[in-house]
Design a protein around this ligand. Structure first.
Ligand code: PLP
Length: 364
C-alpha cells in the first residue's frame, strides 16, 4: 500500500531508520560490555520488543504491570518493572506475569519491598529487586549513602525477595554542553560510590541499571554501570535531536496529517492536535511548538486543540491547500505512540507493516 492511501492522522515508522537505531545501540552496548534492557514504554508493541531481543537485548523494561502483561507477547527471558508496584491488585497481577518470565522490580521504600515480599510469598515465587537511588532527578529513589544502604539491607532481609543490585534514572541530564558533562562526571562518581558501599556491606551488585537516551552513548563513562535501559532510541524524536543525542535523520517517526483549513491568513489547520501529538513541549523549556513540519521547516506549529493543529506560515516561504498532506516530527514520541491505536511501518513511500499499539493506555 502507498502511504497516500492511508487516512490521517497516521503515525508512520520509517523501518530503515528504526532498524539502524536498533543496530547502532545493540553494537554500542556489545562493544562496551553493557547489558541492554530497552524500555518498551516508547513503542508499546510486543513485536518491537521481540526485535530488540533479537538484536541483542538481554530482557525488556516496562513501567506498568499492564505493560508487563502486554510485553509477555515478546517472550522476553526476563523483565524489569522500573517503577514501584504498590497495592494488592497490581501485585497479584504481577505475580501472574512472574510465573511466565523472570521478574525484577525496582523500588525505593521498605513499604514497597514488604508488599512485594508478601505477594511473592503467597504466590510461592522468588522476585528479583533493585534498590532505586535518586541521582539528581528528584523523582523516585532514595539518596545514595546511608539511605540507599538501609534500603538495600531491608530488601536483602525480606525473603523471598532477591536483592540483585541498584537502579537509577538520569533523566535530568540532557545535552552535550559543559553542564551536562559535569553532571555526567558527578553521576559516575555517585554510581561508583554506591557500588562500593554495597560491596563493602556484602550486598549484591550483579545489576547496576541506569541509562536514558540522552546519556546513551556516554554510558560507558559511568563507572560501575553494567546495564542500560534506553527507550526513546528506537525512534528518537525532536527532543532527542534538541539535546544532541541524535541527528534529524535518526528520527524514525513522523505523523502524517491533512490540511483541513486555510481560512486564516498566513496559517493553516491540520487534522491533528493534542489527541494526536500530546502537549509535550521541547525540553528544556524551548520554543513553544509541537512538532516540525518536514515540508516547511520554518513553519511554526504553535497551538493545539484536541483535534486541531494551528500552523503559522508567515516567514516559512511555504503555502498549502486544503487536502495537502504534511509529515510532522513529534516533540515526544513515547506519548504520541500512546495516543495511536495502530501505527504504520513504512519503507520509502510504502506501508510494509501495521502494528496495533497493544500497550497503549495501560495505566495500571
Ligand atoms: C525509569 C526509566 N528508565 C528508562 C527510561 C528510558 O529513557 P529514555 O526514554 O530517555 O530512553 C525512562 C524514561 O522515562 C524511565 O523512566
Amino acid at each position: 500500500m502507498h502511504i497516500s492511501e492511508l487516512d490521517t492522522p497516521a503515525l508512520l515508522v520509517d523501518l530503515d531508520v528504526m532498524e539502524r537505531n536498533l543496530q547502532r545501540v545493540a553494537d554500542y552496548a556489545r562493544s562496551h560490555q553493557l547489558r541492554l534492557r530497552p524500555h518498551t514504554k516508547t513503542h508499546k508493541i510486543p513485536a518491537l520488543g521481540r526485535r530488540q531481543l533479537d538484536s541483542g537485548a538481554v530482557g525488556l523494561t516496562v513501567a506498568k504491570v499492564g505493560e508487563a502483561e502486554v510485553m509477555l507477547g515478546a517472550e522476553p527471558p526476563d523483565m524489569l518493572v522500573a517503577y514501584p508496584v504498590i497495592g494488592r491488585q497490581k501485585l497479584e497481577r504481577l505475580m501472574e506475569v512472574a510465573r511466565r518470565t523472570e521478574m525484577t522490580v525496582a523500588l525505593d521504600s521498605f513499604e514497597a519491598a514488604s508488599q512485594l515480599s508478601s505477594a511473592a510469598q503467597a504466590a510461592g515465587l522468588k522476585i528479583n529487586v533493585l534498590a532505586e537511588m535518586d541521582v539528581g532527578m528528584g523523582r523516585v529513589g532514595v539518596r545514595p549513602g546511608p539511605e540507599l544502604l538501609e534500603l538495600g539491607r531491608a530488601i536483602d532481609s525480606l525473603a523471598p525477595l532477591r536483592l540483585r543490585g541498584i537502579a537509577f534514572y538520569p533523566g535530568h541530564i540532557r545535552g552535550n554542553d559543559d553542564g551536562a558533562r559535569q553532571a555526567l562526571a558527578e553521576l559516575s562518581a555517585t554510581v561508583r560510590g554506591a557500588v562500593e558501599d554495597f560491596r563493602r556491606a556484602g550486598l549484591a551488585t550483579h545489576v547496576v541499571s541506569g541509562g536514558s537516551t540522552p546519556t546513551l552513548f556516554h554510558s560507558h563513562e559511568i563507572e560501575g554501570l553494567n546495564e542500560i535501559r534506553p527507550g526513546t532510541y528506537i525512534f528518537n524524536d525532536r527532543n532527542t535531536v534538541a539535546c544532541g543525542a541524535c541527528e534529524r535523520r535518526d528520527c524514525a517517526v513522523t505523523i502524517l496529517v491533512t490540511v483541513v483549513s486555510t481560512s486564516r491568513r498566513n496559517g493553516l489547520i491540520i487534522d491533528g492536535g493534542s489527541k494526536t501529538f500530546s502537549s509535550d513541549l521541547l525540553l528544556p523549556a524551548g520554543e513553544r511548538t509541537f512538532g516540525e513540519i518536514l515540508e516547511a521547516p520554518r513553519a511554526r506549529f504553535f497551538q493545539m486543540n484536541e483535534e486541531h493543529g494551528y500552523v503559522d506560515l508567515a516567514d516559512s516561504g511555504a503555502s498549502f491547500r486544503v487536502g495537502d498532506r504534511l509529515r510532522v516530527l513529534p516533540n515526544h514520541v513515547c506519548v504520541a505512540m500512546n495516543l495511536h491505536e495502530v501505527v504504520y511501518g513504512i519503507r520509502g513511500e510504502h506501508v510494509k507493516q501495521i502494528w496495533r499499539v497493544e500497550g497503549r493506555g495501560k495505566l495500571q
